[in-house]
Design a protein around this ligand. Structure first.
Ligand code: DAH
Length: 373
């Protein structure tokens, strides 16, 4: 009877074990990730786990019982451990696979540009940077002056006498007279910077002054606000040969051509004597203009030897100092270099135009690295 009871009990135990095994293996198979699997492991094999509890009952069994039950429980433990290890391996692999998938880079996709790459520098800013690079290399520094000027700096000091017709040619924007009766104006040319420099710097002087100028004129080839760059050299022996060389070097560097032919035509400016206009050689085919070749000429700037009256007006003795100067329109040279045929888009604010004609802000022009590359 006692034997039969033990056998029955052990059979029941065996069914329990089979049931536990079935349940645990099912839980292992159902674990979706390593954390869930760890929970199943703790529930079965942890200190308070189901299988650990069964193992703890072995001590109270008779040696016979222990023999069969011990083998069965240990077999269950081995089966569960093996299933856990297998499932852990699978889950690890799947997790790695998923991670690799999520971290895949398609190196053939185009780069997504940031603002600093998509933004464009206006051609005027670009050309000013180019001019600065070229003239800095020739030993020039940058001079600046205000946009709102006194008549003295714009006209009188530059040898435009009162009532001189050249004043009228400048289409000047005047302000209303102030309480002293003085009429300020918007500078009509960057030659004002010559005066300010000569009055404040002891020669030798070598400066360029790029900046805004204003004239009351507006059509396809004129804007009421545009840009010029002025050049000025003053010392004891500055002469026209140097002027010509500097302008040639400038044209070669700016238009990025190995040779340039220039010609100087006599002209008139109140502040220079003699005065000249400079043309450079070019070829024209339809609207296309190329420099450094051809049989045509294109006017690009005005220049001359600084008039003795101007030196005197600026406090320099014309017996001791002499110099030369030149001035040119920045829009004009930008249009010539970059093939633009209308001036108005420069102030049109059309982003499509800027995308097309603008420059990458990080490609700063240098003589060594290329001006417009
Ligand atoms: N200021 C002149 C203009 O606006 C340009 C110019 C011509 C400047 C001759 C000069 C120069 O310095 O020497 O038309």
């Amino acid at each position: 009877m006692a034997k039969a009871a033990t056998a029955a009990k052990s059979r029941a135990n065996m069914t329990d074990l089979a049931h536990l095994e079935h349940e645990t293996l099912a839980a292992i198979a159902a674990s979706a990730d390593e954390a869930a699997l760890e929970l199943v492991r703790v529930n079965a094999l942890g200190k308070k786990g189901t299988i650990s509890a069964l193992l703890a009952t072995l001590g109270k069994m008779s040696p016979d019982e222990r023999k069969t039950a011990g083998a069965a429980i240990n077999a269950l433990k081995d089966t569960v451990s093996a299933a856990l290890a297998a499932r852990r391996g699978l889950l690890k692999e799947a997790a790695l696979e998923a991670r690799l998938k999520s971290e895949t880079l398609d190196v053939t996709l185009p780069v997504r540009e940031t603002g600093i790459e998509t933004g464009r520098l206006h051609p005027i800013s670009q050309v000013m940077d180019e001019l600065t690079a070229i003239f800095a290399d020739l030993g020039f520094s940058i001079a600046e002056g205000p946009d709102i000027e006194a008549d003295f700096y714009n006209f009188t000091a530059l040898n435009f006498p009162d009532g001189h017709p050249a004043r009228e040619m400048h289409d000047t924007f005047f302000f209303n007279p102030d309480e002293h009766g003085e009429r300020k104006l918007l500078r009509t040319h960057t030659s004002t910077a010559q005066v300010r420099t000569m009055m404040s710097v002891k020669p030798p002087i070598r400066v360029i002054c790029p900046g805004r100028v204003y004239r009351s004129d507006w059509d396809q080839t004129h804007l009421p606000m545009f840009h010029q760059v002025e050049g000025l050299v003053i010392d004891r022996s500055a002469h026209m040969g140097q002027l010509k060389w500097i302008l040639e070097e400038f044209c070669k560097a700016f238009f990025e051509i190995p040779n340039v032919k220039m010609r100087m035509r006599p002209s008139f400016f109140p502040f220079t004597e003699p005065s000249m206009e400079v043309d450079i050689q070019c070829s024209r085919q339809g609207r296309e203009i190329r420099f450094g070749e051809g049989h045509d000429w294109m006017e690009i700037l005005g220049c001359g030897m600084v008039h003795p009256n101007v030196l005197r007006n600026c406090g320099l003795d014309p017996e001791e100092y002499q110099g030369f100067a030149w001035g040119m329109g920045i829009e004009r040279i930008a249009m010539l270099k970059y093939g633009m045929d209308d001036l108005r888009p420069f102030v049109g604010g059309d982003l499509r135009w800027l995308q097309h004609y603008g420059f990458r802000p990080l490609d700063f022009p240098t003589l060594a690295g290329g001006l417009s590359a």
